[in-house]
Structure formats: C-alpha cells, structure tokens
Design a protein around this ligand. Structure first.
Ligand code: FAD
Length: 579
C-alpha cells in the first residue's frame, strides 16, 4: 500500500495542473494515469488569458509561450466553401480586432495563445515531477473506498498486471469525460452525452498558399454535409503553422459511425482544402461525441473531480482545457491549507460552490455556440431547401446586384459577426465571480458590466472577482498586480495611509499560521502606481485594502481604514479559512 496526501487520477490538463499546483505548494502527491503516454493528439489548444495567468503563477508561462502559436497568428478567421474556394467572410477572432486587442492588452499581463494539448501536457507533468510529484504511467484506477481519515484507491499496474492500493488523504478524479471516479462517488450529472457525432483527422500538409495570407487557428468550411453533427461546420484547424492540421467533421449520431479508413480521411481533407493536388499525410483519425453534461456537485467527502469529469462539452469557445486547468488552480491551494492544518475542512466545500456554476455556464455556452452557426446557413438560404442546385444558387445570389442579394449580404455579415459569442467571449473567460463561504462580501451589490457580460471583461475588486490587472513599478521593474498575489499565499494590497492593514496582516499571519503578505502601492510605497491604473481599478480608497487568496480572487476588501483593523482582518480570514 502506497501512501500520499493527494492521489490524482489522470494526467490530462486537469490532472497535470492539479499535480503541478500541489507540488508547487509542497503537497505530497501521486498521479496515476492509464496509458504509457500523455495525450498523443493535439485536442484542446486555445489557451486563454486566465489560464496563462495561472501558468504564470506556476512559473511555466514562458515555457508555454516558447512553444505556442502566438495571438497574432490566431485570428484572421475565414468562413469559406473550401480553403481554395469562395470566402464568405472573415471574423477577427481571439481579440485580434484592434479594439478587442486593446481590451485584451488592458485586462491581463498574459496573452492568449494556441498551445496544442500534446505540447501542454508534458510541460505541466514535467514541471510537477520536477517539484516532487510521484508519477505512475500504465496505472489504471479501478475503484475507491473512503472513510473518516482518507481514501483507499485500488489500481492496476497494466505492465505487470498486478493490483495494489494507494492510501491518500484526498483524491482528485481528473479522469476525463468518461470519469469512473465521478461515477463511483455518484456525482449528480445533468444533461446528455452523445448529442452529435464528430471525427478528428490529424494530418500533415503544407497549406501555406491557402492560409498564410489570413493567419488563423481555425478555418471554417461550409460544404454539403457540414451542418450534420459535429460542431456546426467543417473545421480545418491549424496545429503548427502551416504544416500540421486537424480537421473536425461531423456525422449523424443516429446512423452508423463512419469507417475511419485512410482513404475516407484523405477524401475529407482534400474536400475541405478544395485542392486534391496538395500532398497530405494522415497522422491519425478518431471519432468522438459532442456532449452537453455538467455535474451539479463536484465532490463527495474526500474525493473531488475536475476537468471533463465534471463538464463535458464541445470544443466551441475553446473552454475545455482552460476550465480544467482553472478547476485545479481553485482546488489545489484549498487542499494545501487544509492538509497543513491551516484551514477547516469546510473550505473544501467551496470548491463545488465556486466551480459548479462555471461548469454549467461553459457547457451551456459551448453547446449554444454550435447552434448559432446555423445563422450562417440560414443567411445563405441553405435551410429553406434540400435541393443542392437551389442551395448553390441561393449562395451565389449574394454576388448579384439587387435588394434581395443585398439583404442576404447583410444577413450573412450579421451571422458571421454573431460568432463573436464563440470566438471573442472575453467576459466568459475573465468575469468568473465566486460566491461562497470563502468570500467575505462587503455589502455592496455586484457591479453591473456596462457592456455585454459574455463578450467583455469587467474588472472589479468586488469580493469573488479576479484581482484586476494593473502595471505598477518598483525602481526600473514593471510588475502586474497579479504578480504581487499568487505564490501560494494570501496578499493584502493597500495604499498610502494603510499602515494599520500592513501590521494587521503580519499579526493575522502569525496568529493563523497562514502567510498574508502585505504590499503597499502609492508614492514612496513598496510599488508606485505611476500610470494611476491601480487607483482607477481598486474601488477602495488609499487607506482601504483588497485581500486576495492564493488564486488571486478577491476574498475581502475594505473601503477605508477602520478601527480595529487587526480584528476585522482576523475575522475575515477566519471566515475564509472556515475556522
Ligand atoms: C478525441 C477528442 C478530441 C478533442 N478535441 C478537442 C479540440 O479539438 N479542442 C478542444 O478544445 N477540446 C478538445 N477536446 C476536449 C479536451 O481535450 C478536454 O476538454 C480536456 O482534455 C479535458 O482535460 P481533462 O484533464 O479533464 O481530461 P482528459 O484530457 O480527457 O484526461 C483524462 C486523463 O485521465 C486518464 N484516465 C482516464 N481513465 C483513467 C483511469 N481509469 N485510470 C487512470 N487514468 C485514467 C487518461 O488517460 C487521461 O490522462 C477533445 C477531446 C477528445 C476526447
């Protein structure tokens, strides 16, 4: 029987990130993973700003940037009849429109990028192992029992064939969309699996001549059959510019799944490229289903689930691996504090309270995005007839003069612009506000987002929100407010006149045994707010304070200095730590 503090089942984005954060916080952990490899296909790839902030705190952001496709090559996204065929229109995606690039740049020190899953997983796992994770390939989770003191998991060594037990204080089931852990602990799953059928075709081909002038991570192809199953339209996705690719194509889930022969894959690839003289080499094919399912509770006793185990949805909006990594970030510091004896076990219940609403939100958002692609078919007159000749003529009519074609052109532009709800949802990515017992409210209502809350980020220090990013300086260095937080500790930010908060933080740290770093920002303080950005964002006065948890979510704030600051802070921290 092996023993550890946390057993992580699975080494995908959720399991890899959980192990990395636990190891970073010094928590002994073991990862078991079924196969003798990490992800062997690119799968998830869009890595949004929030995830990059998490990886920045974990100290591996630079390694991701070194391998990822950068933002400026991600977003000139065409909708076309094939790569060589007619272009119906383009959308500037992933915040590459100049106005959205401004929103993006202002919101975070980190940039969105395209990091295919087969490159991301080794970074997460290698960093975890370097920091102490005990990693076991070829090891399949079979079952578990839990009691008052811990969890005993039964696993099989698939190389030797024998079974053994691992005793852990807590277990994280990060075993993906067919999670056995979630099933074994009876998590309540809502929704439906197998809503639509999809296939992935990974291939190599030099497509520079069709794509380099409109660099994008996604090329959407509208052809006969591209509205059947799948993710709304045929997709040619760039894995590595411009020679490695992944096609997503749908099939009717009520019929037989296609026979994924090399010839079938090659035929689809050539159809979507629109040029069968291009040499292509098929790397792999796989069938998968679009799911619409989320868990309403993410844990049971000492067992927690993260990632696709608790949110199963299509890749639309690129939220899969992002949300999985962010789940792990939310859970790891809580486990670390409870295991260290610095927080009550009730802190762990806030994982469900905070992340279950996100699971539901992103599953619904991703599935809605598929349906919204139908507007493009409708605008082109493809839904009003089954006759291929009439479809072609309706589509071509957009090139003609006259009132009806003009209307069609306007409808098409509108339909393409509506896809901002799939490709530019900055609010979905950054506006996650937690409501739980680990957040101490200050009686102020949640601030309204003056813009569309899905499309636009609204920075606020309202307790529960992510700390706003502002650049502050110390001598010649420029530092993000987010870099002042994180690092596995609580951080109190105050200004000139906030000395009582600084001494309160030191005293509360000593009394609770939980580090609360204090940072002052202002003229002559630890950091200078030379641009005035922090003062504009912090929503408290110079003598007030904003306290963030290790995951950089605000858990307490005070508008100004108060009498008995130490007791006020002590009381707030006790509530957050469930003491
Ligand atoms: C075929 C396919 C294609 C996809 N394509 C895309 C895409 O194009 N874009 C996109 O954004 N998202 C895509 N996704 C979704 C994306 O990959 C997931 O959202 C993401 O991987 C979720 O991470 P996770 O860590 O929760 O689960 P996973 O990445 O699924 O990892 C689960 C881990 O658990 C392990 N495991 C499972 N069962 C056991 C067990 N019993 N014992 C031990 N280990 C076990 C697995 O080996 C794996 O390491 C795709 C998913 C699939 C399956």
């Amino acid at each position: 029987m092996l023993e550890t503090d946390v057993l992580v089942v699975g080494s995908g984005p959720a399991g890899g990130a959980a192990a990395l954060m636990l190891a970073t916080y010094g928590v002994p952990n073991i990862v078991v993973t079924k196969y003798g490899r990490l992800s062997d296909t690119p799968r998830a790839h869009i890595t949004n700003q929030r995830t990059m902030e998490v990886l920045r705190d974990a100290g591996i952001e630079d390694q991701v940037i070194a391998q990822a496709t950068p933002q400026h090559l991600m977003g000139d996204t065409p909708f076309c009849t094939s790569l060589a065929g007619d272009e119906l229109g383009r959308l500037r995606t992933w915040y590459t429109h100049p106005s959205r690039l401004a929103d993006h740049t202002v919101a975070s020190p980190s940039s969105i990028c395209d990091m295919p899953q087969h490159l991301m997983e080794p970074l997460l796992v290698n960093a975890a192992i370097a920091r102490g994770t005990n990693f076991r390939y070829h090891t399949e989770y079979l079952s578990l029992e839990q009691d008052a003191d811990g969890v005993t998991a039964h696993v099989r060594d698939r190389l030797r064939g024998d079974e053994y037990g691992i005793r852990a204080k807590y277990l994280i089931g990060a075993d993906g969309g067919r999670s056995k852990v979630a099933e074994d602990i009876g998590l309540p799953l809502v929704g439906q699996m197998g809503v639509a059928g999809s296939i992935n075709i990974v291939f190599e081909a030099d497509l520079s001549r069709y794509v380099a002038h409109r660099p994008s991570t996604l090329y959407w192809v509208l052809q006969t059959g591209s509205d059947i199953g799948g993710i709304g339209m045929g997709l040619v996705r760039c894995v590595r510019p411009w020679h490695e690719w992944l096609i997503v194509w749908g099939y009717d889930i009520n019929g037989e799944p296609p026979n994924l022969t090399e010839e079938y894959a090659r035929d689809i690839a050539h159809r979507l490229i629109g040029d069968d003289t291009i040499p292509i080499s098929i790397t792999s094919t796989s069938a998968w289903t679009v799911n619409h399912m989320y868990a309403e509770k993410l844990h049971n006793g000492r067992v927690f689930c993260a990632g696709d185990a608790v949110h199963r949805h299509p890749p639309s909006n690129g939220l899969g691996s992002n949300t999985s990594i962010q789940d792990a970030y939310n859970l790891a510091w809580k486990l670390a504090l409870v295991l260290r004896g610095s927080a009550g076990r009730a802190l762990l219940d806030t994982y469900t309270a905070e992340r279950a609403p996100i699971a539901r939100q992103i599953v619904d958002r991703a599935n809605r995005s598929i349906g919204e692609t139908g507007r493009i078919f409708d605008a082109l007159g493809l839904l009003s007839t089954d006759d291929p000749a009439e479809m072609a003529s309706n589509m071509d009519s957009r090139k003609l003069p006259g009132a009806d074609p003009e209307k069609r052109r306007a409808l098409l532009r509108e339909a393409i612009d509506f896809k901002n709800y799939e490709f530019n949802t900055h609010g979905v990515e950054l506006n996650q506000r937690y409501t739980s017992d680990a957040i101490v409210q200050d009686g102020k209502p949640a601030p309204d987002n003056p813009r569309d809350n899905e499309l636009y980020h609204h920075a606020t220090t309202w307790p529960g929100a992510k700390l706003p990013h502002a650049w502050v300086t110390r001598g010649p260095s420029r530092v993000s407010t987010l870099d002042l937080g994180g690092q596995g500790r609580f951080t109190l930010l105050t200004g000139v006149g906030g000395a009582s908060w600084v001494s309160a933080a030191a005293s509360v740290s000593a009394q609770l045994g939980v580090p609360v770093a204090a940072v002052t920002i202002g003229p002559g303080a630890d950091y200078e707010d030379v641009y005035g950005d922090w003062a504009a964002l912090r929503e408290v006065t110079d003598t007030g304070c904003v306290v963030v948890r290790p995951d950089n979510h605000v858990c307490f704030r005070s508008h100004a200095i108060v009498d008995g600051a130490e007791n006020v802070l002590l009381d707030a921290m006790r509530r957050v730590l469930a003491w």
